[in-house]
Design a protein around this ligand. Structure first.
Ligand SMILES: Nc1ncnc2c1ncn2[C@@H]1O[C@H](COP(=O)(O)OP(=O)(O)OP(=O)(O)O)[C@@H](O)[C@H]1O
Ligand SMILES: O=C(O)[C@H](O)[C@@H](O)[C@H](O)[C@H](O)CO
Length: 238
């Protein structure tokens, strides 16, 4: 029986770094809904945006608290003019209360949140966007597998993860320096305890070293995204 504790094999989603970076945005018709927090459904077009032969992309920016998910995801969404979904905004109040109190979330606390994020990204694509960028810690392999269900039965939908990699010490410094956030520095260690770094077998994950300055990280992430999309476009046109 398939359970959330059983990693699902990933087939054919080769989103790893690829050659042929384009100087232009590689997507022919970029969606123009602009960055939004909390994508609402649009019944008039729901279901008509997908399955029409164009390539669509979900980019999930992942990593522990303070690694720079929001910073990178906003940059990508702005550059690509795609909707931006902030994963933290989808946590139920009970999860926020727990994290604010310094209590790490459990698997049970995260399942519905992950499913909602997956559904929200699909809604954004149903609205006709060519892609969507979302943030989600996705600390464990089985959490990433929940999102990996999104492109099932939809060959033109491509799911990619960016994993923002830095040491616990660096993230502790960044969270300590941050003001007015429910996730306190006391939570950073528990994030690393839960973390299962993506392995090379997870070929849909692009790791990015975020010990570097933010501008360098954002530029690297955008380059990797453009190269990956470009490679897929070329592959499809052959
Ligand atoms: N490469 C970087 N170098 C230095 N500081 C950074 C870098 N990236 C992000 N920051 C800063 O680190 C802090 C955390 O960044 P950000 O909020 O983007 O992380 P996050 O992963 O979304 O955090 P959380 O999941 O806890 O909401 C912010 O103050 C941000 O300005
Ligand atoms: O899975 C989790 O434990 C949570 O998603 C956290 O990672 C926070 O929501 C996020 O990082 C904000 O600090």
């Amino acid at each position: 029986m398939l359970s959330y504790n059983t990693p699902i094999s990933v087939n054919g989603q080769n989103a790893g770094p690829a050659g042929g970076m384009s100087a232009r945005l590689p997507v022919k018709s970029l969606g123009n809904n602009g960055p939004v927090n909390g994508v609402s459904s649009n019944d008039a077009v729901s279901g008509t945006g997908r399955h029409v032969g164009k390539e669509q992309h979900i980019w999930l920016v992942t990593g522990p608290a303070g690694c720079g998910k929001s910073t990178v995801a906003k940059h990508l969404a702005d550059a690509l003019q795609w909707p931006y979904i902030e994963g933290d905004e989808y946590h139920p109040p009970a999860n926020i209360a727990k994290m604010s109190a310094g209590i790490p979330l459990t698997d049970a606390d995260r399942w519905d949140w992950l499913t909602q994020l997956r559904e929200a990204s699909i809604k954004a694509l149903d609205q006709g966007n060519d892609g969507v960028v979302l943030t989600c810690s996705a600390l464990k392999r089985k959490y990433r597998d929940v999102i990996r269900v999104a492109p099932y039965f939809t060959p033109n939908l491509h799911l990619h993860f960016i994993y923002l990699d830095a040491s616990e010490e660096i993230l502790l410094q960044r969270v300590l320096a941050r003001q007015n956030h429910y996730m306190g520095a006391n939570m950073v260690h528990s994030q690393f305890e839960a973390l299962e770094r993506p392995t090379p077998a997870e070929t849909d994950v692009i790791p990015i070293d975020v010990s570097r300055p933010a501008e360098m990280v954002m530029a690297d992430a955008l380059n990797q995204v453009l190269r990956t999309i470009d490679a897929i476009q070329k592959d499809q046109s052959q």
